[in-house]
Design a protein around this ligand. Sequence first.
Ligand code: HAS
Length: 563
Amino acid sequence: MKKQKQKPTESFSAKTAGVLKVDNKDAHLVLAHMYVAFIALLLGATAGLLQVLVRSGYFELPAPLGYYQILTIHGVLLALVFTTFFILGFQTAAVSRTSGALSDTQRILGWIGFWLMTLGTIMATIMILLNEASVLYTFYAPLKAHWIFYLGLALLIIGSWVDLMGHCLRWEQWRKENPRKTTPLISFMAVCNSLLWVVATLGVAIEVVFLLLPWSFGLVERVDVLLTRTLFWYFGHALVYFWLLPAYMVWYCVIPKIIGGKIFSDGLARLSFIMFILFSIPVGIHHQLTDPGIDSPSKYIQVVLTMMVVIPSMITAFSMFATFEMRGRELGATGLFGWLKKLPWGDARFLAPFVGMVAFVPGGAGGIINASFQMNQVVHNTIWVTGHFHLTLATTAVLTFFGASYWLIPHLTGRIFTPSLNRLGIIQTICWAVGMLFLAIGMHFEGLLGAPRRSAFSNYGGAEIAETWASYQIAQAIGGTFLFIGIIIFLYICVSLWWFTPKGEQEFPIAELAPQAEKTPPILENFKVWIVILAALILIAYTFPIYNIIENSPIGSKGFKLW
Ligand code: HAS
C-alpha cells in the first residue's frame, strides 16, 4: 500500500495557524510568570550555594538559619515554584504563538491562576523563612509544617489548574476552528503536559487537603505516614516528567529551526508525549522501593512500568539524532558523527539545550539504575540520588529552559538577543556544564560510598569515612560555586533582555516538518482513548498497594478512616 506523506507545513507550522508572534496581552501574562520564576531561581540558588558550602565542612550557617530550612527553601523554590511558573508561562507562550491569541476569558483564567499561585508561593515561602515549615520539598510526614505552608501549597496547585485551563481551551478552540487538521505540535505537547500535571497533582492535592492540613490544624491527632508518602509519589514521579516535557518541546519543535533543519517526525514526537502521559503516573512506587508496608508484587509492577517510561526518552534521543544527522548531511557532513561539526556551536540558544541533552545520557542511565529494584538498595537515600536529579532536572531541563529564555524573553519584550549577550550565554552554559561536572560526579561517587542525602553533617559515619568523602564534598562546593555564578550570569542576561537591549523583533523559532515525514495518525490526538488507558494503568498499579496500606493502617485499620 502506498504510504501517505504529510506536507511539510500541514500540521503545525506558524503558517497554518497564521501566527508568528505571541500576542501582546498574552506576552504580559507570560512575563508575569517569568518574574516570579526568576525571583524564585535567585533565592533558591542562594540557598543551594549555602548548602554545598556547609557540606564542605568549611562553613557554618549564620544563626538563626538552619540546614533543613535552607534545604527546604532550595527545594521548594527551585523544584516546585521556579519550574511551575516557568513551565506554565512557557506553555502559554507556545500555544499563543502556534494556535493564536488567547480569548479574554482564557487570558483571565491565566491571570486568576497566576495570582492564586503567587499568593500560595508567598504564604509557603514566608512560613519556611520563619522556620515554621522546614519539611523539605517532599514535605514527608511525620515532619509537620505550619498549616499556612500547606494552604500555600494547595493554592499553588489549584492555581496551576486554573492557569493551564486558559491555554488548553485555546488549543481546543483551534481544533474546532480547524476540523480534521492535525493541531500545532507544540500546542498539542503543552496540552499533554497539562493533562499529565492535572492527573498527577490529584494525588498530592488529596494528601495536602485531606491529610496534612487537618493534621496541621490540630483537627486530627495522627496521620498515616505511608499513605501520605504514596500519594506524594503518585504525584512525584509524574512531576519529573512535567519538568522534562517542556524541554522536549524545545528539542522537538525549536532546536530543528535553530540549526536550520526540520522536524524528523511529527507522529513519533506525539507518540512519545502520549507514552509519557500513560507511563509517568503509575510508577511513583519506584521511589518507595525500600518502604515497608508495600508488597513486593506491587513494587515489581511499578518497576516494569518504569522501564516502559524509558522508551519515550529513547524515541526522543532517536528523533534528535535523526534531526541532527539530516541537517548535517544537508550541509555536506559525512561519516557516522560528521554532523557534529555542522551544528551551530556558537549559538547559545542551541548550545544550552544541547548540553542538557548530553547530560541526559548519564542522567537517564542513573535513572535506570535507580529503578532497578536491587540496585536501588545501594543508592536509595544516598547523595547519589541528588546527583541524579541535578543532572536530569537541574541540567537537562533547566539548561534547556535557560536556552529557551534567550529567545523567549526578547520575543516577549520586543528586544533582541545581541551578539555580546549570546557570548555571555555561551559562557553561562560552559560555567553550568563545568559546575555540574564537579557537583554531579562528586555526588554520585560520594553516594556510592554510602553518604546519605539531606544531611548537613560532613563527617557523618566517623572520621575514617569522613576523610574519604571529604574530597567529593569539596568537589561539590566547587561545582556549586560555578553553578551560582552561572545563575547570576543567566539573570544578568535576562534583565538585559527585559529592559536594556535594543528594540527589535526576536523570532520565536518553530520548525517545519521534514517533507519525507509520515502522516500523523489521528488516534494520537484522541485524548479520550488515552485517558481510559491511563485510568486502567493507574488502577492496576495503585489499587492493591493503596488498599493494603489502608487495610493495615495503624490509624484506621478495619473500618478505615483517612485520619
Ligand atoms: Fe529520576 C529519583 C528513576 C528521569 C528527577 N529522579 C529522582 C528524583 C528526582 C528525579 C528529582 O526508579 C529524586 C526525588 C527525591 O527527592 O527523592 N528517573 C528515573 C528513570 C528516569 C528518570 C528511570 N528523573 C528523571 C528525570 C528527572 C528526574 C527526567 C527530572 C527532570 N529517579 C528514578 C528513581 C528514583 C529517581 C527510581 C528514586 C531513587 C530513590 O531510591 O530515591 C528515566 O526517565 C530516564 C530515561 C532517560 C534516558 C536518556 C535518554 C537520552 C536522551 C538524550 C539524547 C541526547 C542527544 C544528544 C540527542 C534513557 C533523550 C547527545 C549527543 C552526544 C554527542 C552524546
